[in-house]
Design a protein around this ligand. Structure first.
Ligand code: GDP
Ligand code: IMO
Ligand code: MG
Length: 425
């Protein structure tokens, strides 16, 4: 069997959690492969809303195996809080959730370093989620990180050495005062809690399951525009959010990748700092923000809103090898008379249709304007009900992006999901 991968194509928060939950019944295994609790994946069903941060969004559907892969960074304190809340709400997961021993641990001092580095950046802040993501991946790459498997042997010494090193850096940055006591207490409780889970060599597990004919869905976090190599660097996260990240973050070979689902909103949002060519600063932007409830699931920050950017989306489709597109939150545009889509950039007066090295303030979006559908789509059940203008918008996007849009989401609930083509048509 092959591994299918589901990825955000914009700056995150496209609706990955919702769609993974919808697709899970078709798979045996759901796996996260990068990122950490910087993610906030929202699911809604049966009148309940859940926000997942480190736990895969396949956890609500029956007895599927859910895996936290080696490419993920895990904060034991946040993980414990998330897992206990799920268990308390009637979703036991200890038997179904497997955690890679090679996943790296976010230490309390990583969170302090995240804050210290941001403070030191002055006006050039990335606007991170403050969860210690960057410093943890930095330690991984500089070969000084601690891994989940380390908690099983001689951990105290390794922890003390890492903490001392981090505190030295904090001191050199004049960061403080801080009180590590409470943070460490919750963190070590999290470490003990982690020991109750299946701590596995997930690369062996995933490949064994594939060889046994089991199907695997990989759940991306963040989005392609936040990828550390291809995103809007340096305003990115610290992992590879693109499709290739599923190979390194789970130990599956590139020739095992099957379908690549690319998710995008019918418009575009971004949280945190960094360039965003189609950002709207007017009442249209405010309207999208209000109708789309565009506030961060992790930090509560207001998301910046703008029109869909097809230059960036085409680039994401290319680097991810997207085979099926999923359009989210089209209902947010239900009341718009017209809709704009950015089809090219003007850079210093010259029009380009490819994603350039940098999308700084010199980049100006070139728009086409399309008629809105001005129809409430939130209760629609099938594509037969789609208004003509909406179909025209879909066709336009498919022509621009060169990939079929297979699923359209018309509301946050699991049920508000419309599949367009028959399975494997
Ligand atoms: P993720 O990080 O990609 O999983 O996305 P988030 O959960 O951070 O943000 C997506 C938000 O949009 C959540 O509040 C979802 O409940 C909501 N949502 C998802 N799909 C739709 C949709 O089709 N329409 C509307 N109105 N909301 C949606
Ligand atoms: P999901 O999975 C949106 C953004 C932060 C910041 C930058 C770096 O829910 O789509 P980090 O804490 O990762 O070092 O922050 O990346 N960011 C996200 N934005 N959705 C996310 O995750 C994000 N995870 C990180 O706002 O700009
Ligand atoms: Mg999110």
């Amino acid at each position: 069997m092959k591994v299918d991968v589901l990825l955000g194509l914009q700056w995150g928060d496209e609706g990955k959690g919702k769609v993974v939950d919808v697709l899970t019944p078709r798979y045996d295994v759901v796996a996260r492969f990068q990122g950490g609790p910087n993610a906030g994946h929202t699911l809604e069903f049966e009148g309940q809303k859940y926000v997942l941060r480190s736990i895969p969004s396949g956890i609500f559907q029956g007895d599927k195996v859910n895996i936290i892969g080696n490419g993920v960074v895990l904060d034991p304190a946040l993980f414990k809080a998330e897992a206990e809340a799920l268990e308390a709400s009637g979703h036991p997961l200890k038997e179904r959730l497997h955690i890679s021993k090679k996943a790296h641990l976010i230490l309390p001092t990583h969170r302090l370093l995240d804050a210290a580095y941001e403070a030191a950046k002055g006006d050039a802040k990335v606007g991170t989620t403050g969860k210690g993501i960057g410093p943890t991946y930095t330690d991984k790459v500089s070969r000084t990180g601690l891994r989940v498997g380390d908690i099983l042997h001689g951990f105290d010494q390794k922890y003390a050495a890492a903490k001392a090193r981090h505190e030295q850096i904090l001191q050199s940055l004049n960061f403080g005062p801080y009180d590590l006591g409470e943070m460490e207490k919750a963190w070590f409780e999290g470490i003990e809690y982690l020991k109750q889970f299946h701590l596995v060599d997930s690369e062996h597990e995933v490949n064994r399951l594939l060889n046994e004919g089991k199907s695997v869905l990989c759940e991306g976090a963040q989005g392609t525009m936040l990828d550390v190599d291809f995103g809007s660097y340096p305003f990115v996260t610290s992992s590879n959010t693109i499709c290739a990240g599923a190979c390194t973050g789970l130990g599956v070979a590139p020739n095992k990748i099957g379908d690549v689902y690319g998710i995008f909103k019918a418009y575009c949002t971004r949280v945190g700092a960094g360039p965003f060519p189609t950002e709207l600063f007017d009442e249209t932007g405010e309207k999208i923000c209000a109708l789309g409830h565009e506030f961060g699931a992790v930090t509560g920050r207001k998301r910046r809103c703008g029109w869909i950017d097809l230059v960036a989306l085409k680039y994401a489709v290319m680097v991810d090898g997207v085979t099926k597109l999923i359009m989210m939150k089209s209902d947010v545009l239900d009341s718009f008379e017209t809709i704009k889509a950015c089809v090219a950039y003007k850079v210093d007066g010259e029009e380009i249709d490819y994603f350039p090295f940098s999308i700084n303030e010199h980049v100006e979006p070139v728009y086409v304007e399309l008629p809105g559908w001005q129809t409430d789509m939130t209760k629609m059940q099938s594509e037969d009900e789609f208004p003509e203008e909406f179909n025209a918008y879909l066709t336009f996007l498919e022509e621009q992006l060169g990939v079929p849009i297979q699923i359209v989401s018309v509301g946050p609930d699991r049920e508000q999901t419309i599949e367009r083509y028959t399975e494997e048509a």
